[in-house]
Design a protein around this ligand. Structure first.
Ligand SMILES: CC(C)(COP(=O)(O)OP(=O)(O)OC[C@H]1O[C@@H](n2cnc3c(N)ncnc32)[C@H](O)[C@@H]1OP(=O)(O)O)[C@@H](O)C(=O)NCCC(=O)NCCS
Length: 181
């Protein structure tokens, strides 16, 4: 995918490009500064995010943006779950929708092709590492997209003067573990 047409909902999803990263940095910074979905404390600048994007591409993985009305309204990408070789069929993903644009289908428009792309690449499990047990939006969103709760890591983060859990949710891709890769 380099680009797709505008859907009836007015959301267009395509591969990210270098000049999207000011908007991506802005969307992400709000979550870093104000929330616990991300465990970063200082918002990374656009150049740092471009370096990370290049890393995603170097791993052959997708990095998508959603546009509404000609501006970037969300982004989602996959990364290898862990570097040891036996993890090589598992990806982790991240997804962020611009604050104020939630519940309009933008997250779904991003995650569906992300799942399809990762499955087509031969990955067998996709993992969401969700910041904060209280993140009912993300937990509900992932459940809706076929992820099931796979565990909670209690108090592995510390942000805004409190301990924060990670919620693990996982979804099989393709055959999942029903066959050898
Ligand atoms: C999670 C997130 C990506 C969802 O994006 P979104 O554009 O609001 O999602 P959608 O509009 O496509 O919602 C699809 C479905 O998810 C579920 N969902 C969305 N928001 C929900 C909420 N607040 N509570 C429960 N379920 C919810 C619903 O089933 C919804 O379908 P419906 O609106 O028909 O009921 C977005 O809220 C976000 O960026 N959150 C902050 C960052 C974050 O937590 N990212 C995940 C870290 S990996």
């Amino acid at each position: 995918m380099t680009g797709v047409g505008l859907s009836t909902s007015g959301i267009a999803v395509r591969d990210a490009a270098e000049n999207d990263f000011d908007a991506i940095a802005d969307i992400y910074a709000r979550y870093v500064r104000r929330g616990t979905a991300s465990f970063e404390i200082e918002p990374p600048d656009a150049d740092t995010l471009i370096e990370r994007w290049r890393g995603v591409l170097a791993d052959g993985l997708p990095y998508l943006v959603a546009e509404t009305g000609g501006s970037v309204a969300g982004f989602a990408y996959a990364t290898p779950y862990r570097p040891r070789r036996a993890y090589r069929f598992t990806v982790e993903h991240s997804i962020y929708v611009r604050q104020g644009d939630g519940r309009r289908g933008i997250g779904s428009a991003l995650i569906e092709p992300l799942i399809e792309r990762c499955a087509a690449l031969g990955y067998r499990q996709m993992l969401a590492v969700i910041g904060d047990t209280a993140n009912a939006t993300s937990i509900g969103f992932h459940r809706r997209h076929g992820f099931r709760h796979a565990g909670t890591l209690p108090s592995v983060g510390y942000k805004f003067d409190r301990w924060v859990d990670s919620v693990l949710m996982i979804r099989p891709l393709g055959d999942g573990d029903a066959s050898a890769p």
